[in-house]
Ligand binder design. Structure first.
Ligand SMILES: Cc1cc2nc3c(=O)[nH]c(=O)nc-3n(C[C@H](O)[C@H](O)[C@H](O)COP(=O)(O)O)c2cc1C
Length: 311
């Protein structure tokens, strides 16, 4: 059989979590997952990462919450959600039924709130493969500095949720030059992997009203506009900590984008904003990676991880 006809091995290991392929949804961009059921078999994805959940119901920010930008969008949704308990009762069963691999994302504005959200996630079914900590939210106990902008805060928050029997992934912010140190601190505190990265802080001003357009004024920039920032952030972190599993996210719309992240050092990938434009985006990225590997004689996608670094 010629190499171009053989199946490519797309499997990847994110720490102790084995996935059939590296491509997952990004938190907050595919609802709670089941919304994608009509477009694909959820089992075919690496995993579904659900929208970040607070321990309690959360209303989110004032509208408007979304604004299109060149090559991306600004959002200030403000982590609206039903709370962990309601999600477990009302949303999780359909994901379990679909046999999806589920990553539950949680957030809080204090360490205690993170711990409370985690405590509601005990005894999860086997389909829940990991818990992602969205550490890119303001810490009310530290001058509203993001948890992922402080070595101490990231250590505390990872430590506080490290009571679960599921692997922990820490989702970090690209808005700090100390990212590799923060990633290392998250790992030392118990995170098996880091997710790099969340949105880049931004703003749009309406020149007629002379005011910021978003209800919350500031928002998170996502989409292709941030891809070079996210690729660089993954590259920096891998260079500093080559043994730390990294999940790359930021502006992935196709297989070429995904391969950049893998070569920068990502063992897993998440697709966010692209799903709004095309609900089948994740699936297309998976088949595109496979086709690229066939064309280039690559048997296992894992061979490419970190390939852009000097050896
Ligand atoms: C509308 C919207 C909502 C989001 N909500 C969350 C969230 O709840 N939790 C989280 O960790 N990230 C959230 N994100 C960030 C994405 O998961 C992702 O990190 C970011 O958008 C960069 O990836 P992308 O360019 O592929 O969208 C959100 C992004 C968008 C656009």
């Amino acid at each position: 059989m010629r190499r171009s006809e053989a199946n490519v091995d797309l499997t990847t290991a994110v720490g102790s979590v084995n996935l059939p392929n590296p491509v997952m949804t990004a938190s907050g961009t595919a609802g709670y997952g089941s919304e994608l059921c009509e477009y694909m078999n959820l089992e075919d994805l690496g995993a579904i990462v659900v929208k970040s959940l607070h321990a309690d119901k959360w209303e989110g920010n004032a509208s408007p919450r979304l604004h299109p930008t060149p090559s991306g969008m600004l959002n200030s949704v403000g982590l609206q959600g039903p709370g962990v308990k309601t999600w477990v009762e009302e949303k999780l069963p359909s994901l379990v039924k679909a046999n999806a691999r589920v990553v539950v994302s949680i957030w809080g504005s204090t360490v205690e709130e993170f711990a409370k959200a985690a405590s509601l996630l005990k005894n999860m079914p086997e389909q829940v493969v990991a818990v992602e900590i969205n550490a890119s939210c303001p810490n009310l106990e530290d001058r509203r500095k993001l948890f992922s902008h402080s070595v101490q805060a990231i250590s505390e928050v990872v430590g506080a949720v490290n009571l679960l029997d599921k692997p922990i992934w820490a989702k970090l912010s690209p808005n700090t030059p100390e990212l590799p140190d923060i990633a290392e601190a998250a790992h030392k505190a118990g995170a098996e992997a880091v997710v790099i990265a969340n949105t880049v802080l931004g703003m749009k001003i309406d020149i007629e009203t002379r005011k910021p357009i978003l209800g919350a004024k500031r928002g998170g920039l996502s989409g292709p506009a941030i891809r070079p920032i996210a690729v660089r952030a993954v590259y920096d972190t891998y260079e500093a900590h080559p043994d730390l599993p990294i999940i790359g996210v930021g502006g992935i719309t196709n297989a070429d984008d995904a391969l950049e992240f893998i070569l920068a050092g990502a063992t897993g990938l998440q697709v966010g904003t692209a799903t709004f434009g095309d609900p089948r985006a994740c699936k297309k990225v998976i088949s595109g990676i496979s086709n690229w590997c066939k064309k280039h004689g690559v048997e296992r996608v894992s061979e490419l991880i970190g390939g852009a670094h000097d050896r």
